[in-house]
Design a protein around this ligand. Structure first.
Ligand code: NAP
Ligand code: ZN
Length: 347
């Protein structure tokens, strides 16, 4: 077994704390990665708190991982020791079912999430708030040396989760896109929306983020609590990408869609939506969802970011400050992704 050292929650009510644990020995197609950086996704907080469903504890969260290959199994051909690599929200799947064949491994019925799950060997898997990780080679992504690795880490979840729906719905030139919530996912959605040629509006609860939105390249900024500002953007968007992590009234946002507009949910608040059928029927509107992205599209996104110099705006933190980061995240005060410097785990 391989020794690992990370931060784990021992129960849904306990804080993250240092924890030594073991990872499986390398199978022929496995890669051992020394983790350099791991992004802090709001899903990590939802998961350790059991927001969505009862989790598996102890839980080591983290699915925005960038590191270097430390060791490879006998049959690994894609990577060599020293390569800069990434791991996102999944670490295994059957690679044979319809979803896997359609490059949507994230929906494989026997897929394995990066943490809060059991691997195909029946043993729990642990995420990236740790000094290393063992991952099957197909689920390891190649990361360009051109970009700062700490700013690449969030691309592995926040990046692909926003790139994927914008690509799949072909959002681009001539479209008016609204991004709801300027956090980790939201700021990446703004960057991709701009890169794809859309006219981008940020819909935010935080007036204090107005200047940042402009710096990110957004064309417009609307504070959603301000009725007057909201009135001005009624029936105006072709697409809304909803990244909100907490309870919100989706009918209000649907009223901002133009005829045939699409509201795409990527945020996963614990509360269900109450949607009035009138909000959808009047104007042929569609309510859609999108979950992360497949392996091929994740690699495509990483390559696209390297080519276009797109990275996340990050606040690099010492892992010992993770609770403070979670507190700020709960207040919506993320600017715009916390990333753990894994070197701090050894101090
Ligand atoms: P985050 O960095 O905390 O950003 C969420 C943003 O939502 C906040 O910054 C805030 O932006 C806004 N917000 C918060 N509370 C709100 C409220 N009550 N009403 C309206 N807006 C509110 O979180 P994240 O990491 O981007 O994740 C966002 C959500 O996506 C989470 O639920 C997460 O679990 C989910 N997620 C889904 C997938 C997927 O595959 N679909 C992948 C990753 C994450 P403003 O200050 O601008 O209002
Ligand atoms: Zn995530």
């Amino acid at each position: 077994m391989i020794q690992s050292y990370g931060y784990a929650a021992q129960s849904p009510t306990s804080n993250l704390a240092p924890w030594a644990f073991k990872r499986r020995d390398l199978a022929d197609n496995d890669i051992l990665i020394d983790i350099l950086y791991c992004g802090v996704c709001h899903s990590d907080l939802h998961s350790i708190r059991d927001d969505w469903f009862p989790g598996m504890f102890p839980m080591v969260p983290g699915h925005e991982i960038v590191g270097r290959v430390a060791k490879i199994g006998n049959s690994v051909a894609k990577f060599a020791i020293g390569d800069l690599v990434g791991v996102g929200v999944m670490v295994d799947s059957c690679l044979e079912c319809e979803n896997c064949k359609n490059y949507q491994e994230q929906f494989c019925a026997t897929g394995v999430q990066t943490y809060n799950a059991k691997g195909h060997d029946g043993q729990p898997v642990y995420g990236g708030y740790a000094d290393n990780i063992v991952v099957r080679e197909e689920f390891v992504l190649s990361v360009s040396e051109k970009l700062a690795p700490e700013a690449v880490a969030p691309l592995l979840c926040a990046g692909i989760t926003t790139y994927s729906p914008l690509k799949n719905w072909k959002v681009g030139k001539g479209h008016k896109l609204a991004v709801v919530g300027l956090g980790g996912l939201g700021h990446m959605a703004v960057k991709f929306g701009i890169a794809f040629g859309a006219e981008v509006t940020v819909l935010s609860t935080s007036e204090s983020k107005r200047e940042d939105a402009k710096l990110l390249g957004a064309h417009h900024f609307v504070v959603t609590k301000d009725e007057e500002q909201i009135e001005k953007v009624k029936s105006s968007f072709d697409f809304i990408l909803d990244t909100v992590s907490a309870k919100h009234d989706i009918n209000q946002y649907l009223s901002l869609l133009n005829t045939n507009g699409v509201h795409i949910c990527v945020g996963i608040p614990l509360e269900s939506f109450e949607v009035s059928p009138f909000s959808l029927v009047a104007g042929n509107k569609a309510l859609a969802g999108s979950g992360a992205g497949g392996l091929a599209q994740t690699q495509e996104m990483l390559d696209y970011c390297a080519e276009h110099n797109i990275v996340s705006d990050v606040e690099v933190i010492d892992i010992k400050d993770i609770h403070h980061a979670f507190e700020r995240m709960e207040k919506g005060d993320v600017r715009y992704r916390f990333v753990i410097d894994m070197a701090t785990i050894k101090n």
